[in-house]
Write a protein that binds this ligand. Structure first.
Ligand SMILES: CCCCC/C=C\C/C=C\CC/C=C/CC(=O)SCCNC(=O)CCNC(=O)[C@H](O)C(C)(C)COP(=O)(O)OP(=O)(O)OC[C@H]1O[C@@H](n2cnc3c(N)ncnc32)[C@H](O)[C@@H]1OP(=O)(O)O
Length: 303
């Protein structure tokens, strides 16, 4: 797809500073835990573990950035590279995205990447966040989110960019775009993704209130597609994947692109402006103070 190649080009341009992968083992393969079918070999990097199963054409991609899979610049970069590697390997048709950290799927943006950081770093960081959303939202693969922990803000956006979502039935695992509770706001492309998923009125209310939905409510509002006991999340995600892979790839991919291209194009047309808006917004003294206060509150809590 032309757009995907445009995104791929953008990803390569962004990811040229391979120094970002310092300390990772991208591309290192090792036997998958528990064998994993026909000698499947895990690969990935320091913060992303990929367990491929060539026989089924499905890979499990685990976020592994303890304690809460906060989306650091490195994690964002490693996720994009791992996803691109799977997209370029025609053995794979689907990816299950899940967490290797207990109790948390993904805590959203790593606030230390924007608190007390200079505008140039904030710009680089936001471009990486844009890239991950574009890469997942437009992926030619079937992406199933196996949400095995809390999923606020940026974590919710990653889950919403997947084709479907399975959430563990634990009241502590809440999901939603809670940015207003931090004194910030979701940019238009996060809003658009929300509206495309749960509708305008539900999004309007949930965004303004910064709602974090417990599983039953998340299911009811349409934020997730299934809520299952915690020990059935991965198996249910695999069953859901099988349902999607029963459809011929080409027809499904063209349909996905038809449904999502306009939303993605809106960001692609104004990526620089969006980055500038983000930088000038988060670098405001008042916003920095809000974010610092929020981080302090988090550090004083204990899970
Ligand atoms: C007008 C023009 C407008 C233009 C607009 C343009 C752009 C828009 C502007 C901004 C962009 C908005 C997008 C934002 C998306 C986001 O993702 S913001 C981040 C939101 N995330 C959260 O609110 C989650 C916060 N975390 C939690 O709620 C909990 O940590 C948890 C995930 C539920 C897990 O709880 P648990 O008890 O297990 O762990 P702890 O809370 O003890 O945390 C452990 C440890 O981790 C630190 N931490 C947690 N979350 C983050 C984080 N997101 N970033 C950085 N660090 C985090 C926490 O502080 C603890 O640290 P420690 O005490 O040092 O161990």
């Amino acid at each position: 797809m032309a757009l995907a190649s445009g995104v791929r080009f953008a990803a390569r341009a962004l990811l040229r500073p391979w120094a970002l992968l310092r300390g990772t083992t991208l591309g290192r393969t090792e036997p998958a835990a528990g064998g994993g079918g026909d000698g499947a070999r895990r690969f990935g990097s320091q913060r992303v573990l990929v367990e491929p199963d060539a026989a089924s054409g499905v890979a499990v991609m685990k976020l592994r950035n303890p304690p809460v899979n906060a989306l650091s610049l490195e994690l964002l970069t490693e996720l994009v590279i791992s996803l691109e590697k799977l997209e370029n390997d025609k053995t794979f048709r689907g990816v299950i995205l899940t967490s290797d950290c207990p109790r948390v799927f993904c805590a959203g943006l790593d606030l230390t990447e924007i608190c007390g950081r200079n505008p140039a770093h904030c710009a680089e960081y936001w471009k990486a966040m844009q890239e991950l959303w574009l890469r997942t939202y437009l992926s030619s693969l079937v992406l199933v989110a196996a949400i095995n922990g809390a999923c606020p803000a940026g974590g919710c956006i990653i889950a919403l960019s997947c084709d479907c979502r399975v959430l563990a039935d634990n009241p502590k695992y809440r999901i939603g775009l809670n940015e207003t509770l931090l004194g910030i706001i979701a940019p238009f492309w996060l809003k658009d993704t929300y509206v495309n998923t749960i509708g305008h009125r539900a999004s309007e209310q949930a965004l303004q209130l910064g709602s974090l939905f417990p599983p039953a409510e998340a299911l009811q509002v349409g934020l997730v597609d299934q809520v299952v006991p915690e020990d059935q999340v991965q198996s249910t995600a695999l069953s859901e994947m099988a349902r999607w892979l029963a459809v011929p790839d080409h027809a499904r991919q063209l349909t996905k692109n038809m449904m999502r291209k306009a939303t993605a194009d809106r960001l692609l047309r104004q990526r620089d402006a969006d980055t500038q808006n983000f930088v000038s917004f988060v670098c405001r003294d008042s916003i920095q103070k809000s974010l610092q206060a929020y981080l302090e509150k988090l550090r004083q809590r204990k899970g």
